[in-house]
Design a protein around this ligand. Structure first.
Ligand code: GNR
Ligand code: NI
Length: 172
């Protein structure tokens, strides 16, 4: 298990569309292990593979609030089957958009079909934070970040701020 570097906006890779996985094999399981380590280390509740630079349709999540208790979830090739017309608003953050938060409206419930860690086909009925988080993560697979739902002005202010703060920025 290895903690990987999480890419932050602005970064072209975060805008890539991730590719479906043919088969959940050892390589994919190793990637999911590393993603989970990286997510826990960063104190996030979800992580998409593209956030560590790998354009595969793989997501890990753990929305358990209790400390010292782990309830990891793994999603390979997830597809949303059903979106509730009812909406709910959550204050979202993103490990790839550090220290920025905004209220985002999304369908309050959804059904997701996916393969689990062992490559078995599953269906999950999600609501509340789980529904919000899985939709946030699935956006990453399409190269979409939560800031894309904000006004042009708000979005550009956030990107400007992040560009300034980038640790690897070359200052002349
Ligand atoms: O850690 C995270 N918290 C969070 C809070 C509200 C809505 C979505 C999220 S996901 C985020 C981790 C992350 O960036 N996943 O891609
Ligand atoms: Ni995110």
């Amino acid at each position: 298990m290895t903690i990987k570097k999480i890419l932050t906006e602005p970064n072209k890779l975060l805008r890539e569309i991730s590719k479906p996985v043919d088969k959940v094999g050892i390589e994919e399981q190793k990637l999911m292990d590393d993603m989970l380590d990286t997510m826990y280390d960063a104190k996030g509740i979800g992580l998409a593979a593209i956030q560590i630079g790998i354009p595969k349709r793989i997501i890990v999540m753990d929305i358990c609030r209790e400390e010292n208790k782990k309830e990891p979830m793994f999603f390979v090739n997830p597809v949303i089957k059903n979106k509730n017309p009812e909406k709910s608003i959550y204050e979202e953050g993103c490990l790839s958009v550090p220290n920025q938060f905004a209220e985002i409206e999304r369908p309050s419930k959804c059904e997701v079909e996916y393969l689990n860690y062992d490559g078995e086909k599953k269906i999950l009925k999600a609501e509340g934070l789980l529904a919000t988080c899985i939709q946030h993560e699935m956006d990453h697979l399409e190269g979409v970040l939560f800031i894309d739902y904000l006004s042009k002005l708000k979005k550009s202010m956030i990107i400007k701020k992040l560009s300034k703060n980038k640790p690897d920025r070359i200052v002349v």
